[in-house]
Design a protein around this ligand. Structure first.
Ligand code: NAI
Length: 243
């Protein structure tokens, strides 16, 4: 078996997942970049390979177990799984539909559970799993379904970590604050600007700042740290919640 550790990153076609794929490849991992957006994923994986990084693309829907299994089984080893795929949309609580709520839970929670479980089953030598929650897990307005999904990710992370610690699998979560990605840029520009003003220092985080925290939990030297949720939000989780 090759000595090079293999890291899988879901949601890697853009935003935080893409920044994480690049960072983990720079850190020496072979990276399997997974996303359902095949076209953008191929483009970004080719760009990173062109930089001399060991990155391969796998088209995966995180809610489709067969596609996750195929991506994992194409590699000789599984050392790290980063579950960064996720969706967000706005809805006032009084208008929120069951369909929107179920879809949010499906992608953000079940879409974390499936890759994490399949990875853990293959981590025969131990490993690290990193989930992506959100500062939004603490609460907020206009997105009760997202808040619920990201609070569930923290619960899932803690439960997985406790069950997997005897198998030497560390499981931690990174909870970003407002970050400049295609997800947040899909909001109208004036709304993005207004949200950004609410951040410490009046600036959104950049995806590489979040990838830095993910890379910390993904590193072999961090394997004794588990069951943790790390808020990466410039300190806003201590107060001034709005989004
Ligand atoms: P993004 O929307 O820019 O990128 C998400 C990626 O996930 C996309 O490439 C999309 O194609 C992929 N994806 C979505 N559903 C998928 C599925 N079923 N199967 C496979 N891939 C799928 O989002 P961003 O901002 O990079 O967010 C990444 C993670 O960080 C998400 O879990 C998000 O909830 C979380 N987060 C983001 C924050 C932000 O301010 N951008 C703040 C806190 C958490």
């Amino acid at each position: 078996m090759s000595d090079t550790e293999v890291a899988f990153v879901t949601g890697a076609a853009q935003g935080i997942g893409l920044a994480t794929a690049e960072r983990l490849a720079q850190d020496g991992f072979r990276v399997v970049a997974m996303d359902r957006n095949a076209q953008r994923l191929q483009h970004e994986a080719a760009r990173l390979s062109g930089l001399g990084l060991d990155v391969v693309a796998a088209t995966v829907d995180v809610c489709d177990r067969a596609s996750v299994v195929a991506a994992l089984d194409a590699q000789a080893r599984v050392d790290v799984m980063v579950c960064a795929a996720g969706i967000y949309n706005d809805a006032r609580f009084l208008d929120l539909t069951e369909d929107a709520f179920r879809r949010m839970l499906d992608v953000n929670v079940i879409g974390t559970f499936i890759p994490a479980q399949e990875a853990a089953r293959r981590m025969s030598e131990g490993g690290r799993i990193v989930t992506i929650s959100s500062r939004g897990a603490l609460g907020g307005t206009r997105f009760a379904h997202y808040v619920s999904s990201k609070a569930a990710v923290i619960g899932l992370t803690r439960a997985m970590a406790m069950e997997l610690r005897d198998r030497r699998i560390a499981v931690n979560s990174v909870a970003p604050g407002f970050t400049d990605t295609p997800m947040t840029r899909s909001a109208p520009p004036e709304m993005f600007a207004a949200w950004e003003q609410l951040e410490p220092g009046g600036k959104a985080a950049t995806p590489d700042l979040i990838a830095n925290a993910i890379a910390f939990f993904a590193a072999p030297s961090t394997r004794f740290i588990t069951v943790q949720t790390l808020f990466v939000d410039g300190g806003k989780s201590l107060g001034g919640l709005s989004i």
